[in-house]
Design a binder for this molecule. Sequence first.
Ligand code: SF4
Length: 757
Amino acid sequence: MKMTRRSFLKLSAATGATAAAMGSCLYINPDPALAESTSPEEVKYTHCVQCNHGPRCGMKCIVKDGKVVRIEKRENYPNVNICAKGVSAVQEMYDPQRLLHPMKRTNPKGEPGQWEQITWEEALATIAEKLNGIKEKYGAEKVLFSTGDPKEPRSAVQRLAFTFGSPNMGTESSTCYKATELSQKLIYGPEWFTAKSFATGTNPVAGKTRCCIIWGNNPAWSGPAGWNGLLNNKAGGGKFIVVDPRKTPTAECIADVHLQIRPGTDGALALCFGNAIIESGNYDKEFVEKWCHGFEEYKEYVKAFTLEKTAEICQIPMDKLQAAVKLLTEGTGPVVHKSAAAFPHHTNGVNNYRAISLLLPLTGGVDVPGGVSIADEPLCFDEWQMTFDFARSSDLLPKLDHLRVDRPYFPVWADTDQQGSVQLNRLPEYVETGAIRAAVMFGQNSMMWPQTKQYQEAFKKMEFCVAADFYNNKWTHDYVDMILPAAMSFERSCPITVFGRRIFLREPIVKPQGEARPDYRIACDIGVALGFKDEFWGGGEESEINCIRESLRTLNSPTPITYEELKAAGKDGITIPMKGEKQTKKYELGLLRPDGQPGFTTPTGKVEFVSETLKKYGFDGLPVWNEPVQSPVATPDVAADYPLILNTGSRVPMFTHSKQRHVPWLRALMPDPIVRIYPSDAEARGIAQGDWVYVSTQLGEIKARADVTRMVKPGCMDMFHGWSQANVNELVSRDFDPISGFPPYKEGLCQIRKAEA
Ligand code: SF4
């Protein structure tokens, strides 16, 4: 079966899923030369990272004449649900627009880039001269290192930054995921492996979980690997509340009760749920009494969030709220939630998320069946990165910590981050004050930030800025001095693939196109050029293998694993054994704290309903709810001109953030930027389906096509981000959550009007 554009569209139209529809063969290269070639075929195994690493759906690739000719389902692998983005990865790899050579700018930054191709030798020599010059003159910490999409180079770039002498390494998690992790750290303690187990929630267990709240998350589109499990749970009698202002496929398929909440009021709803559960008496009194700190204060605070008051704040019909409360207060077992990495995109984001997360300990769900499982003997590396020792976050970072650029702005973030990931969202201020003077960026994207132009200006003002990427993206690279071609997923092998305790070597299945190099090699080559030959094993073609060797050498496995053993294990991988048995309630056994004492790693040693860490930095310790900084309630004067609530950043099945717009198969699924608007709101503005419209806030205006749909709540809009011609983040303010520094992508006020034809 040949994959044509037409057949691809037909198969991908609804959800982006293709695997089931096509049997085991997912892709056939349309190049006629390959079809006619009589060269032998090789079978290679890899995984997809098109949605930025997780869930790493497995792929069996057939390679002929050095090109991928076919993709089939990978057997005996944890995830095999290849979606439209996954299949299209091959079309992207052979895209003639890819960046294939190092390039240096020949005109001033800020103007449309004019580029001259240079050798890798010249590129590395220039980088070394510029960075070492800044280090000598101002200090190594003035150089920022960062990664975006893909996440995979994080560990290599951390090693590079810390070896160079700068603690200032940041990631795209400055606007994604990290605030959920931070919220859990404030509740359970800063040991990252503890929080990691349940940062964005957990799956319900049939017969053991009371109810699962899917909160601001649409796994039917954004989490295909876990979606089937939720559907199976539903089929087995599981109860689901979906809290989302949008009528998503998830809400339509799985919700017993769907609460179409007013954006930004989630914290109030969660506190109302807490109050209702306490008033019902159906909470885990023993766990709360023995293992929780600040419960009485929390109990008093939540009393104000009655059903009546909450229905009014959240704009939820009373009968629906009562139905949800019934599910939460009846039955046995814990209440769990599943939410999204981007959930805390509110000015009160961390506290909203803490309020939701506290429903789990309230109902006794910590490290028990039906609740959340904390990792047994957690590994010192995970699906995002190599070992901490490889990254040098264990030995070098603590010595550099006092030089962190984010500490004056976001002390709670800095205090609870052990991995070495500074909060980047004040980059314009870091550059303006001279705290940052140069940057080395891998997959960094200026559009990830609100008020994008301020970040573009920051890149421009730096004395030197180099970016490694797959493409020359004008919205970022028009503001940098040099761009380096990075190898794509099928062309590289780092980092090691991890699923729980099972690890796989991912070998490159084809050679990189042009002069592209794998990120780990680029980091090693830069390290060597900067003068750290031994720390980066001399760089060069063996870099990735040397990085894998070092990560395996520093792995906390009871039995050592070598590169050769992992390679020999091939597609089956190796399962890292445990020293002991699996345990529940590890807090009782002293298995969570470095000192071996029972309890958690918070300042009080308990689950903190009142955070002592927040109090230390002058914040209220309770998970307080505050109205969004800008909303129809907080700023009615603004709402008079901008009456619609802005909701951005929700996912679509065919694109990951700003990626893949140039992939023809995917672009055909959504050719133009789309803004969703409710029918009565559209009618009041004379807008019909497919009309071009202007979306504006006090901060600017963009043009998009109207999708008139009941998917959104009346009075709200919804727009996907990452369109360079209609960057909705330009409309979002820099009113950061003071605890996490996260931007308010899911609140604010806007207006939509019909554009001239
Ligand atoms: S869900 Fe799709 S994009 Fe994500 S890893 Fe799987 S195939 Fe790739």
